[in-house]
Design a protein around this ligand. Structure first.
Ligand SMILES: NC(=O)c1ccc[n+]([C@@H]2O[C@H](COP(=O)([O-])OP(=O)(O)OC[C@H]3O[C@@H](n4cnc5c(N)ncnc54)[C@H](OP(=O)(O)O)[C@@H]3O)[C@@H](O)[C@H]2O)c1
Length: 338
Protein backbone atom coordinates (compact mmCIF):
# COMPACT_ATOMS: atom_id res chain seq x y z
CA UNK A 1 0.00 0.00 0.00
CA UNK A 2 1.27 3.49 -0.88
CA UNK A 3 1.91 5.86 2.02
CA UNK A 4 0.50 9.40 1.60
CA UNK A 5 1.91 12.78 2.52
CA UNK A 6 -0.59 14.24 4.98
CA UNK A 7 -1.33 17.83 6.06
CA UNK A 8 -3.47 18.74 9.06
CA UNK A 9 -5.03 22.13 8.36
CA UNK A 10 -6.30 23.84 11.55
CA UNK A 11 -3.88 21.75 13.63
CA UNK A 12 -3.95 24.17 16.58
CA UNK A 13 -7.76 24.10 17.00
CA UNK A 14 -9.94 21.86 19.17
CA UNK A 15 -10.71 19.44 16.33
CA UNK A 16 -7.23 19.66 14.77
CA UNK A 17 -5.59 18.58 18.02
CA UNK A 18 -7.91 15.57 18.26
CA UNK A 19 -7.16 14.68 14.63
CA UNK A 20 -3.45 14.70 15.42
CA UNK A 21 -3.98 12.35 18.40
CA UNK A 22 -6.16 9.99 16.40
CA UNK A 23 -3.77 9.79 13.42
CA UNK A 24 -1.42 8.22 15.97
CA UNK A 25 -4.09 6.08 17.66
CA UNK A 26 -5.34 4.59 14.37
CA UNK A 27 -1.72 3.99 13.31
CA UNK A 28 -2.14 5.84 10.02
CA UNK A 29 0.95 5.11 7.94
CA UNK A 30 2.22 8.18 6.14
CA UNK A 31 5.30 9.27 4.30
CA UNK A 32 5.42 12.87 5.60
CA UNK A 33 3.12 14.93 7.82
CA UNK A 34 2.80 18.70 8.28
CA UNK A 35 0.74 20.92 10.57
CA UNK A 36 -0.88 24.12 9.30
CA UNK A 37 -2.76 27.03 10.94
CA UNK A 38 -3.36 30.74 10.38
CA UNK A 39 -0.61 33.32 10.96
CA UNK A 40 -1.79 33.56 14.61
CA UNK A 41 -0.48 30.16 15.68
CA UNK A 42 2.30 29.72 13.11
CA UNK A 43 5.50 28.79 14.93
CA UNK A 44 3.68 26.75 17.61
CA UNK A 45 5.49 23.49 18.34
CA UNK A 46 3.67 20.16 18.21
CA UNK A 47 5.19 16.98 19.61
CA UNK A 48 4.06 14.01 17.57
CA UNK A 49 5.37 10.45 17.51
CA UNK A 50 8.63 11.43 19.17
CA UNK A 51 9.38 14.38 16.86
CA UNK A 52 8.78 18.11 17.29
CA UNK A 53 7.05 19.81 14.35
CA UNK A 54 6.67 23.55 13.85
CA UNK A 55 3.18 24.67 12.76
CA UNK A 56 3.32 26.60 9.47
CA UNK A 57 0.99 29.33 8.21
CA UNK A 58 -1.15 27.78 5.47
CA UNK A 59 -0.61 29.15 1.96
CA UNK A 60 -1.29 27.54 -1.47
CA UNK A 61 2.28 26.23 -1.72
CA UNK A 62 1.84 24.40 1.61
CA UNK A 63 -0.09 21.78 -0.36
CA UNK A 64 2.65 21.01 -2.92
CA UNK A 65 3.16 17.25 -2.83
CA UNK A 66 0.44 16.70 -0.21
CA UNK A 67 -1.86 13.73 -0.95
CA UNK A 68 -4.44 14.01 1.84
CA UNK A 69 -5.43 17.17 3.72
CA UNK A 70 -7.39 16.75 6.95
CA UNK A 71 -9.03 20.15 7.44
CA UNK A 72 -10.77 21.70 10.43
CA UNK A 73 -10.10 25.38 9.95
CA UNK A 74 -13.59 26.72 9.21
CA UNK A 75 -15.63 26.97 6.03
CA UNK A 76 -14.02 30.05 4.50
CA UNK A 77 -10.51 28.60 4.93
CA UNK A 78 -11.58 25.33 3.29
CA UNK A 79 -13.23 27.22 0.45
CA UNK A 80 -10.08 29.27 -0.07
CA UNK A 81 -7.70 26.31 -0.14
CA UNK A 82 -9.87 23.56 -1.71
CA UNK A 83 -9.07 24.57 -5.34
CA UNK A 84 -5.36 24.80 -4.48
CA UNK A 85 -5.38 21.34 -2.91
CA UNK A 86 -7.35 19.70 -5.74
CA UNK A 87 -5.25 21.47 -8.43
CA UNK A 88 -2.16 19.88 -6.90
CA UNK A 89 -3.73 16.40 -6.96
CA UNK A 90 -4.54 16.24 -3.24
CA UNK A 91 -7.74 15.07 -1.55
CA UNK A 92 -9.38 17.36 0.99
CA UNK A 93 -11.27 15.72 3.87
CA UNK A 94 -13.18 18.69 5.22
CA UNK A 95 -14.84 19.18 8.60
CA UNK A 96 -16.65 22.42 7.79
CA UNK A 97 -20.14 22.66 6.33
CA UNK A 98 -18.85 24.41 3.19
CA UNK A 99 -19.18 21.49 0.77
CA UNK A 100 -21.42 18.96 2.56
CA UNK A 101 -24.51 19.31 0.41
CA UNK A 102 -22.69 19.76 -2.93
CA UNK A 103 -23.72 17.09 -5.42
CA UNK A 104 -20.19 16.05 -6.38
CA UNK A 105 -18.93 15.89 -2.78
CA UNK A 106 -19.43 12.60 -0.93
CA UNK A 107 -20.63 13.11 2.64
CA UNK A 108 -19.23 10.12 4.46
CA UNK A 109 -19.37 8.36 7.80
CA UNK A 110 -16.74 5.65 7.70
CA UNK A 111 -18.26 2.16 8.01
CA UNK A 112 -21.69 3.57 7.02
CA UNK A 113 -21.34 4.72 3.40
CA UNK A 114 -17.73 4.00 2.42
CA UNK A 115 -18.77 3.19 -1.15
CA UNK A 116 -19.61 6.89 -1.68
CA UNK A 117 -15.88 7.65 -1.29
CA UNK A 118 -15.32 6.17 -4.75
CA UNK A 119 -17.27 9.08 -6.28
CA UNK A 120 -15.01 11.80 -4.89
CA UNK A 121 -13.56 14.47 -7.17
CA UNK A 122 -10.96 15.76 -4.71
CA UNK A 123 -13.22 16.84 -1.84
CA UNK A 124 -14.87 14.65 0.82
CA UNK A 125 -17.05 16.18 3.51
CA UNK A 126 -17.29 15.08 7.11
CA UNK A 127 -20.87 15.42 8.43
CA UNK A 128 -22.01 17.69 11.22
CA UNK A 129 -21.31 16.29 14.72
CA UNK A 130 -24.93 15.66 15.68
CA UNK A 131 -25.59 13.84 12.39
CA UNK A 132 -22.44 11.73 12.69
CA UNK A 133 -23.21 9.84 15.88
CA UNK A 134 -26.76 9.22 14.71
CA UNK A 135 -25.67 7.57 11.44
CA UNK A 136 -23.80 4.70 13.07
CA UNK A 137 -26.96 3.91 15.07
CA UNK A 138 -29.50 4.38 12.29
CA UNK A 139 -27.72 2.57 9.43
CA UNK A 140 -28.05 -1.01 10.77
CA UNK A 141 -31.62 -0.38 11.96
CA UNK A 142 -32.59 1.11 8.58
CA UNK A 143 -31.13 -1.94 6.84
CA UNK A 144 -33.31 -4.21 8.96
CA UNK A 145 -36.61 -2.31 9.23
CA UNK A 146 -36.49 0.77 6.91
CA UNK A 147 -36.93 4.20 8.45
CA UNK A 148 -40.31 5.82 7.71
CA UNK A 149 -40.15 8.89 9.97
CA UNK A 150 -37.52 10.35 12.32
CA UNK A 151 -37.55 12.89 15.16
CA UNK A 152 -34.29 13.89 16.85
CA UNK A 153 -33.71 16.17 19.86
CA UNK A 154 -30.10 17.05 20.58
CA UNK A 155 -28.39 18.19 23.78
CA UNK A 156 -25.07 19.49 22.52
CA UNK A 157 -21.84 20.21 24.41
CA UNK A 158 -19.98 23.50 24.13
CA UNK A 159 -16.84 21.88 22.66
CA UNK A 160 -18.83 21.65 19.42
CA UNK A 161 -18.51 25.43 19.17
CA UNK A 162 -14.68 25.54 19.52
CA UNK A 163 -12.11 26.69 22.02
CA UNK A 164 -13.72 30.08 22.75
CA UNK A 165 -16.99 28.37 23.73
CA UNK A 166 -15.23 25.95 26.09
CA UNK A 167 -13.55 28.88 27.82
CA UNK A 168 -16.85 30.75 28.01
CA UNK A 169 -18.60 27.90 29.87
CA UNK A 170 -15.72 27.80 32.38
CA UNK A 171 -15.57 31.58 32.91
CA UNK A 172 -19.34 32.11 32.96
CA UNK A 173 -19.79 29.30 35.52
CA UNK A 174 -17.09 30.78 37.78
CA UNK A 175 -18.58 34.29 37.47
CA UNK A 176 -22.07 32.96 38.22
CA UNK A 177 -20.93 31.08 41.34
CA UNK A 178 -18.97 34.11 42.57
CA UNK A 179 -21.90 36.48 41.93
CA UNK A 180 -20.03 38.46 39.25
CA UNK A 181 -21.57 39.61 35.96
CA UNK A 182 -20.23 38.03 32.79
CA UNK A 183 -20.53 39.21 29.20
CA UNK A 184 -21.30 36.22 26.97
CA UNK A 185 -19.71 36.33 23.52
CA UNK A 186 -19.60 32.79 22.12
CA UNK A 187 -23.32 32.22 22.73
CA UNK A 188 -26.38 34.44 22.34
CA UNK A 189 -27.45 33.71 25.96
CA UNK A 190 -25.51 32.80 29.13
CA UNK A 191 -24.46 29.16 28.90
CA UNK A 192 -23.83 28.43 32.58
CA UNK A 193 -26.76 26.76 34.38
CA UNK A 194 -28.82 27.23 31.22
CA UNK A 195 -30.11 25.43 28.11
CA UNK A 196 -30.12 27.40 24.85
CA UNK A 197 -32.55 26.26 22.14
CA UNK A 198 -30.48 27.75 19.34
CA UNK A 199 -27.42 26.38 17.57
CA UNK A 200 -26.35 28.36 14.50
CA UNK A 201 -28.67 30.86 12.80
CA UNK A 202 -32.40 30.53 12.11
CA UNK A 203 -33.66 29.59 8.64
CA UNK A 204 -36.87 30.87 6.98
CA UNK A 205 -38.79 27.75 8.10
CA UNK A 206 -38.16 28.44 11.81
CA UNK A 207 -35.60 25.65 12.19
CA UNK A 208 -31.95 26.49 12.88
CA UNK A 209 -29.21 25.70 10.38
CA UNK A 210 -27.89 23.04 12.81
CA UNK A 211 -31.30 21.34 12.85
CA UNK A 212 -31.55 21.43 9.06
CA UNK A 213 -28.05 19.90 8.84
CA UNK A 214 -29.37 16.84 10.71
CA UNK A 215 -32.39 16.66 8.37
CA UNK A 216 -30.52 17.07 5.08
CA UNK A 217 -27.28 15.25 5.90
CA UNK A 218 -29.14 12.19 7.23
CA UNK A 219 -30.98 11.87 3.90
CA UNK A 220 -27.76 12.26 1.89
CA UNK A 221 -25.73 9.73 3.91
CA UNK A 222 -28.40 7.04 4.19
CA UNK A 223 -29.68 7.66 0.65
CA UNK A 224 -33.20 8.30 1.98
CA UNK A 225 -35.93 9.76 -0.24
CA UNK A 226 -36.17 13.57 -0.16
CA UNK A 227 -39.80 13.41 1.03
CA UNK A 228 -39.07 11.20 4.09
CA UNK A 229 -40.19 13.21 7.17
CA UNK A 230 -37.37 14.14 9.54
CA UNK A 231 -37.53 16.79 12.26
CA UNK A 232 -34.85 18.00 14.68
CA UNK A 233 -34.61 20.34 17.67
CA UNK A 234 -31.04 21.20 18.69
CA UNK A 235 -30.18 22.69 22.08
CA UNK A 236 -26.85 23.74 23.61
CA UNK A 237 -26.33 22.49 27.16
CA UNK A 238 -23.66 23.41 29.75
CA UNK A 239 -21.62 20.26 29.20
CA UNK A 240 -17.97 20.57 28.18
CA UNK A 241 -17.82 17.58 25.85
CA UNK A 242 -20.20 14.90 24.53
CA UNK A 243 -23.46 15.30 22.62
CA UNK A 244 -26.65 13.46 23.69
CA UNK A 245 -29.63 12.76 21.45
CA UNK A 246 -33.18 11.55 22.06
CA UNK A 247 -34.18 9.69 18.92
CA UNK A 248 -37.70 8.61 17.91
CA UNK A 249 -37.89 6.40 14.84
CA UNK A 250 -40.89 5.03 13.00
CA UNK A 251 -40.04 2.00 10.87
CA UNK A 252 -41.88 0.46 7.93
CA UNK A 253 -41.41 -3.05 9.35
CA UNK A 254 -42.10 -4.26 12.86
CA UNK A 255 -39.03 -4.39 15.12
CA UNK A 256 -38.80 -5.01 18.87
CA UNK A 257 -36.62 -3.17 21.40
CA UNK A 258 -34.79 -6.46 22.09
CA UNK A 259 -34.00 -6.85 18.39
CA UNK A 260 -32.75 -3.25 18.23
CA UNK A 261 -30.49 -3.99 21.21
CA UNK A 262 -29.07 -7.09 19.55
CA UNK A 263 -28.53 -5.36 16.20
CA UNK A 264 -26.72 -2.43 17.83
CA UNK A 265 -24.63 -4.70 20.06
CA UNK A 266 -23.32 -6.35 16.88
CA UNK A 267 -22.79 -3.14 14.89
CA UNK A 268 -19.46 -1.42 14.26
CA UNK A 269 -18.59 1.45 16.60
CA UNK A 270 -21.58 1.10 18.96
CA UNK A 271 -21.68 0.19 22.60
CA UNK A 272 -25.06 -0.57 24.20
CA UNK A 273 -25.61 0.34 27.85
CA UNK A 274 -29.22 -0.48 28.54
CA UNK A 275 -30.24 -1.82 31.90
CA UNK A 276 -32.48 0.87 33.45
CA UNK A 277 -33.37 -1.38 36.41
CA UNK A 278 -29.74 -1.01 37.53
CA UNK A 279 -29.59 2.65 36.46
CA UNK A 280 -27.43 1.65 33.51
CA UNK A 281 -27.78 3.98 30.54
CA UNK A 282 -25.21 6.10 28.69
CA UNK A 283 -24.29 9.61 29.85
CA UNK A 284 -21.91 12.14 28.36
CA UNK A 285 -19.27 11.27 30.95
CA UNK A 286 -19.22 7.70 29.60
CA UNK A 287 -18.65 9.00 26.09
CA UNK A 288 -16.11 11.81 26.46
CA UNK A 289 -12.63 10.82 25.31
CA UNK A 290 -13.55 7.44 23.83
CA UNK A 291 -14.56 6.23 20.38
CA UNK A 292 -17.86 4.30 20.62
CA UNK A 293 -21.28 5.80 20.10
CA UNK A 294 -23.30 4.69 23.13
CA UNK A 295 -26.96 3.69 22.86
CA UNK A 296 -29.46 2.99 25.62
CA UNK A 297 -32.99 3.60 26.92
CA UNK A 298 -34.15 1.47 23.98
CA UNK A 299 -37.93 1.11 24.19
CA UNK A 300 -41.10 0.91 22.18
CA UNK A 301 -42.22 4.38 21.12
CA UNK A 302 -45.80 5.02 22.23
CA UNK A 303 -46.66 7.59 19.56
CA UNK A 304 -45.71 5.67 16.39
CA UNK A 305 -46.69 2.36 14.85
CA UNK A 306 -43.52 0.24 14.67
CA UNK A 307 -41.80 2.95 16.68
CA UNK A 308 -38.59 2.82 18.72
CA UNK A 309 -37.21 5.50 21.05
CA UNK A 310 -33.60 5.53 22.19
CA UNK A 311 -30.90 7.70 23.75
CA UNK A 312 -27.57 8.06 22.02
CA UNK A 313 -24.40 9.70 23.33
CA UNK A 314 -20.98 10.26 21.80
CA UNK A 315 -17.83 12.34 21.98
CA UNK A 316 -18.66 15.07 19.48
CA UNK A 317 -15.01 15.94 18.93
CA UNK A 318 -14.23 12.32 18.08
CA UNK A 319 -17.02 10.64 16.12
CA UNK A 320 -18.53 14.04 15.33
CA UNK A 321 -15.36 15.37 13.79
CA UNK A 322 -11.81 14.10 14.30
CA UNK A 323 -12.32 10.32 14.53
CA UNK A 324 -14.47 10.17 11.43
CA UNK A 325 -11.99 12.41 9.55
CA UNK A 326 -9.13 10.06 10.35
CA UNK A 327 -11.25 6.97 9.64
CA UNK A 328 -12.01 8.44 6.20
CA UNK A 329 -8.27 8.99 5.73
CA UNK A 330 -7.69 5.33 6.64
CA UNK A 331 -10.35 4.19 4.14
CA UNK A 332 -8.83 6.40 1.40
CA UNK A 333 -5.49 4.69 1.97
CA UNK A 334 -6.96 1.15 2.13
CA UNK A 335 -9.19 1.70 -0.91
CA UNK A 336 -6.32 3.48 -2.74
CA UNK A 337 -8.55 6.45 -3.49
CA UNK A 338 -5.98 9.26 -3.35
N1 LIG B 1 -15.81 21.45 17.44
C1 LIG B 1 -16.56 20.52 16.86
O1 LIG B 1 -17.18 19.62 17.51
C2 LIG B 1 -16.68 20.45 15.40
C3 LIG B 1 -17.37 19.40 14.87
C4 LIG B 1 -17.48 19.28 13.49
C5 LIG B 1 -16.91 20.24 12.71
N2 LIG B 1 -16.24 21.28 13.25
C6 LIG B 1 -15.65 22.24 12.33
O2 LIG B 1 -14.25 22.20 12.40
C7 LIG B 1 -13.73 23.50 12.18
C8 LIG B 1 -12.81 23.90 13.32
O3 LIG B 1 -13.50 23.82 14.54
P1 LIG B 1 -12.73 23.94 15.93
O4 LIG B 1 -13.78 23.72 16.94
O5 LIG B 1 -11.49 23.10 15.96
O6 LIG B 1 -12.27 25.51 15.90
P2 LIG B 1 -11.08 26.23 16.64
O7 LIG B 1 -10.74 25.58 17.92
O8 LIG B 1 -11.44 27.67 16.64
O9 LIG B 1 -9.80 26.01 15.63
C9 LIG B 1 -9.73 26.58 14.34
C10 LIG B 1 -8.44 26.17 13.64
O10 LIG B 1 -8.44 26.68 12.30
C11 LIG B 1 -7.26 27.48 12.10
N3 LIG B 1 -7.54 28.58 11.16
C12 LIG B 1 -8.44 29.57 11.32
N4 LIG B 1 -8.37 30.40 10.25
C13 LIG B 1 -7.42 29.93 9.42
C14 LIG B 1 -6.88 30.34 8.17
N5 LIG B 1 -7.32 31.43 7.55
N6 LIG B 1 -5.90 29.59 7.62
C15 LIG B 1 -5.44 28.48 8.24
N7 LIG B 1 -5.91 28.05 9.42
C16 LIG B 1 -6.88 28.75 10.01
C17 LIG B 1 -6.92 27.99 13.48
O11 LIG B 1 -5.58 28.43 13.50
P3 LIG B 1 -5.09 29.53 14.59
O12 LIG B 1 -4.75 28.76 15.84
O13 LIG B 1 -3.88 30.12 13.92
O14 LIG B 1 -6.21 30.51 14.78
C18 LIG B 1 -7.17 26.74 14.30
O15 LIG B 1 -6.11 25.81 14.11
C19 LIG B 1 -14.94 24.39 11.96
O16 LIG B 1 -15.20 24.45 10.57
C20 LIG B 1 -16.05 23.67 12.65
O17 LIG B 1 -17.29 23.98 12.08
C21 LIG B 1 -16.09 21.40 14.59
Amino acid sequence: MRKPNIAILGATGVVGREITKIVDELKIEFNEIKFLSSAKSAGTKIDFQGKTYVVEEACPESFDGVNIVLASAGGSTSQKFAPEIVKRGGVLVDNSSAFRMEKDVPLVIAYVNDEDLKKHKGIIANPNCSTSQLMLVLKPLHERAKIKRLIVSTYQAVSGAGLAAINELREDTKANLEGRTFENKAFKKPISFNVIPQIDVFCDNGYTKEEMKVVNETKKILHLPEELPISCTAARVPVFNGHSEAVDIEFEKEITPQEVREILENSFGISVIDNPDNFEYPTTRDASGVNPVFAGRIRKNLAFDNGISLWCVADNLRIGAALNTVRICKKLIEMELY
